[in-house]
Design a binder for this molecule. Structure first.
Ligand code: ATP
Ligand code: MG
Length: 421
């Protein structure tokens, strides 16, 4: 894409009224627009990052045999009533609305009820199980506080996966597998190094759940973690008794404490929803049982915000390869038509190698401003073409994460970019 055509512009100052670093940096570089507290629009650069994150998640889940679908965000009051979740005393953060005829509706804060209802149409016998289905869908939550930028939205995109098994044993096997799948997703998203599988208290029907917590000063949670053993516990749940429950011996671990961001979580739901919604199957003898369910969430903008919180410096964002809006920022410092033509050709060549390029083709902007803006956008590979590099038949290359530039041939450049991209 040509930068001259990008409708977003870099702001000189960090927009006022935003306290979270992730939102400050993303607003300044034109990735997002703030509609109101906790409500953000994703502009072209921001949407590219969201799509990259979705791509990583989708690939791993499809590999694990999960099926993608999409459910509605308007939900019927009747199904929430069946599980007791219509009551504000039970769920205190849902938005509700009504049709013109007065029928009350809920705006999805989660999708356990509708997914169980849908599956009741298709699950009859043990032969119809197991399977798992997921979606990327908007959730609405009337969050009390929205001070963490895109990490805590009142409207946000969640990847939610639901699993359906005959019993706890079959479920547990899948649940264990998903822990690995989640870790692989977070590793690919650049968050592997400081993300911990964290034991946390459960919901009334299961003793505990697991969260994926990324260590960051911007976090709203606090975890105790053992770096070597890669074990962590949410501080809220830290007591001698959740150790016993988790089957751990406290003396075997050396814990450090840190603030952290919950980027995902996994729950064993048991038969709470299937019983309420009447999602049952007949076993080989024809006896009826409720289906054993699990749910597995990842907040897509929360992941994006976390990446920004983890990867930035005083000059701006530093995107990891897998989630960067573009792989290469091609910056032209050429003014003459002949030289501009050479840069244009390189731009097209990179594209022909399936490389995503943001091409700063603007001729009315100084080199200094171009570099400063490039740092703010944070694309991992920067290629500079000037009259001098063209005359020398070379390319100036700099990684966003490194200080020094190198000079190299086009082939060498391609090798570096294609290796990591
Ligand atoms: P939290 O404790 O942070 O409020 P939660 O445990 O209530 O989150 P879940 O209902 O388990 O959240 O949602 C699954 C995932 O969705 C979370 O692990 C988190 O990554 C993400 N998420 C939850 N709430 C938000 C939000 N308001 N904005 C963005 N992402 C969110
Ligand atoms: Mg959670």
């Amino acid at each position: 894409m040509k930068q001259s055509q990008l409708f977003t512009k870099i702001k000189k100052e960090i927009p006022s009224g935003e306290v979270a670093k992730n939102a400050q940096l993303l607003l300044q570089a034109g990735f997002i627009h703030k509609e109101m507290a906790g409500v953000y629009s994703f502009l072209p650069l921001g949407l590219r990052v969201i799509e990259k994150i979705k791509h990583v998640i989708r690939k791993e889940l499809n590999n694990a045999g999960c099926q993608e679908m999409s459910m509605t965000s308007l939900q019927s009051k009747d199904i929430w009533k069946k599980t007791g979740r219509w009551s504000d005393d039970v769920v205190d953060n849902c938005f509700k609305t009504s049709l013109k005829n007065g029928t009350e509706l809920g705006l999805a804060f989660s999708h356990e009820e509708p997914v169980a209802q849908i599956m009741a149409n298709y699950v009859h016998s043990y032969k119809d199980l197991p399977f798992s289905a997921y979606q990327f869908q908007t959730k609405f939550r009337n969050e009390l506080r929205a001070k963490s930028g895109i990490m805590r939205g009142r409207e946000f995109l969640m990847k939610d996966l639901y699993s359906f098994h005959v019993d706890k044993k079959a479920h547990d096997e899948f649940y264990e597998k998903m822990k690995g799948v989640y870790m692989e997703i977070f590793r690919k998203l650049g968050l592997g190094g400081n993300t911990y599988l964290t034991m946390s208290s459960g919901v009334p029907f299961s003793k505990y759940s697991f969260e994926f917590q990324t260590i960051s000063e911007a976090g709203e949670d606090v975890i105790l973690f053992d770096k070597e053993k890669k074990v962590a516990i949410n501080k809220d749940d830290f007591s001698d008794e959740i150790f016993v429950d988790f089957g751990l011996n406290k003396d075997d671990y050396v814990f450090e404490e840190a603030k952290s961001i919950e980027i995902g979580d996994i729950y064993s739901l048991g038969t709470k929803y299937s019983e309420a919604i009447d999602l049952t199957y007949a076993d080989a003898e024809g006896k009826s049982h409720p289906v054993f369910m699990g749910s597995y969430g990842i907040g897509v903008p929360r992941v994006m915000g976390t990446v920004v919180e983890v990867y930035n410096d005083e000059d701006g964002i530093i995107w990891p390869e897998e989630v960067a809006p573009f792989a290469v920022h091609l910056i032209s410092l050429c003014k003459g038509d002949a030289e501009k033509g050479v840069v244009e050709k390189v731009y097209k060549q990179l594209i022909s190698h399936n490389i995503d390029v943001l091409y700063d083709d603007r001729s009315n902007v100084s080199a200094g401003q171009k570099f400063a803006e490039s740092d703010k956008i944070g694309i991992p590979h920067r290629v500079i073409m000037s009259p001098k590099t063209i005359a020398n038949n070379t390319f100036e290359y700099k990684k966003r994460s490194e200080k020094d530039a190198k000079y190299m041939s086009f082939d060498a450049l391609l090798r570096i970019i294609s290796k990591t991209y």
